[in-house]
Design a protein around this ligand. Sequence first.
Ligand code: FES
Length: 168
Amino acid sequence: MPVETKPQAATVAAARDNREKMLERAMSRYHYSGDALIEVLHTAQELYGFLSPDLLNTIARKLKLPPSRVLGVATFYHFFSLAPKGEHSMTVCLGTACYVAGSLGLMNTLEHRCAKAGTTSPDGKVSVGAARCIGACGIAPAVIYDGRIMGRVTQEQLNKELDRIGVK
Ligand code: FES
């Protein structure tokens, strides 16, 4: 994985802000209606990789729903994850810009070495995810690695990082 240098750190920070903005935009698109809870939870999980308690509380507040209802929905559906399942999580963006820049190859590597998208490797090391555009098209192909957006990820960097964290 690329090491965060100062200019890249600024890009990463901007991309993180984008995640908040994108979630806000998704809720606004549904007029902050509680009826759109599942769609909003999907967007939140795509952006953050999993639904943390803070994230669920924010969504409950913004959609004016009781937190218990939001938690109930998030736990009812198996496709929502309330915690990063593996020691590490890697979510590959498969949106158009990232796809064109080679993100499918990154996903294939992760699926080959770790696990299918949406699951965790048998050794518990890495949870693999796929997302649509995560708002970091300028640094495509992008991977959300342990909650941080990494840009311009190459196959070589990904393989090196998998080696480094002990993936066979
Ligand atoms: S398509 Fe990947 S960040 Fe936009």
